[in-house]
Design a protein around this ligand. Sequence first.
Ligand code: PFF
Length: 477
Amino acid sequence: MSEGTTTTRGSFASNFGFMMAAVGSAVGLGNIWKFPYITGEYGGGAFVLVYLVCITMVGLPLMYAELIIGRRGGSDILGALRKLTQSKGALGTAFSYLTGLMAVLSAFLMLAFYSVVAGWAVYFFLLSVGLIPAVEFGNATVFDELAANARTSAICHTVFMLMTIGVVTLGVHRGIEFLCKTLMPLLFVILTAMLGYVAYTGGLDQSLSFLFRPDFSKLTSSAVLEALGHAFFTLSLGMGAMVTYGSYLKEEGRVIRDSVAIAALDTIVALLAGTVIFAVVFQGDLEPSAGPGLLFQTLPELFVNMPGGRFVACVFFGLVVFAAWSSAISLLEVVVAYFVDEWKWPRFVAAGGIGAGIWALGLACAMGVMMTQDTTLQDGLDDIVSRYMLPIGGLLIAIAAGWLVLPEDGLSGFRHMVKGGAVFGGIWQFLIRFVTPIMVTIVLLWQMGLFDAWLKGETPAPPAEKGELAAPKEPAG
Ligand code: PFF
């Protein structure tokens, strides 16, 4: 029946495959080293509550908006928006180009620095498996040496980019869907097994109380803004990843359910990862930290002293690589879909050519090229993309979905609801037209430092002063 919808651009064969790809995009380094830390730092259970509100009020409406724009537009982010905003004439076209090209550029830039960090995870995986015999696993200096060693960082980044390009070249069904359908369930199994492991070896109680005991005194305005900002990054919103995946969906009947499930699974993985990681940290009597220091310094040091620690380390770093890989694939796919759909490039040319461009930029990051006198290209790109381009992209997509796309397209997912479609559709429209843009604008102004004077004196300070993947100013432990 659906054969007729099959085009050369490819599609997901099953809804499960689509779900795993979308969850794979959302679950990434952000879940593993950012969310658990900000949760513990900003009041545990109290922060989780605020975060859930942010996900519901801003994340979910945008997730649905991106998916439905992709599904109805049936094309890359620029093409999909152009098609759906046709009724607005030149304004719609100009808006589509602005939003689409910015999203494509964001994905390009982000993959360059994301891949360098993911390359480090590949290195630690190989190290824990014993494939780098010259280096001692668990030695605290390994990470500093790696980050300072341009050649090794560059090799690892190259390996990771090849893995990403390879999957995207294979296409939506044979590459992305197949891989994510295998990796994501495995990731859940690994996380659950690790939870069982820490329940047995200790540290679980402290971890759970660090993560979940509500402390409303820590719930500052910065905490709320941090939660909002992180909601974008973790759900892969604002750069067209979900628009692109939505465009490969054959049916739209489940878009609403899928949006909720993607956000829920992403949050569950973040909480599970946090519980496991901090149990290990507390077992070693250390202070929780975030960023590369937590993953690549604190944890390896602790793993070596745990029962069966070397094996646990392999499994854990395997999980980090999986999570980063499926996120990186979605970033490359945003750019590849643009060149395939807009410029009619064959997929393998787009994946190889664009992949090579991203690789070259990532190489400059891995080699420690400086962007300004005191900011590396790596940190600078992270800063620009995570703090500015993602929220601006989210704002533009919300405006497009709320004001420029015809309601019959925007609301089409709600028509499939058995009950309450009109009511929920009305709520979505209100959120995407007013609430999301206002909240995103507030985050943006905060990111630009406009509230600094007002927030002064608040404790604790935002943990990641730079981008999403940067270490906090003073990593403890
Ligand atoms: N959601 C990913 C993470 O939490 O690490 C990062 C990400 C992937 C953001 C893909 C945006 C994107 F398009």
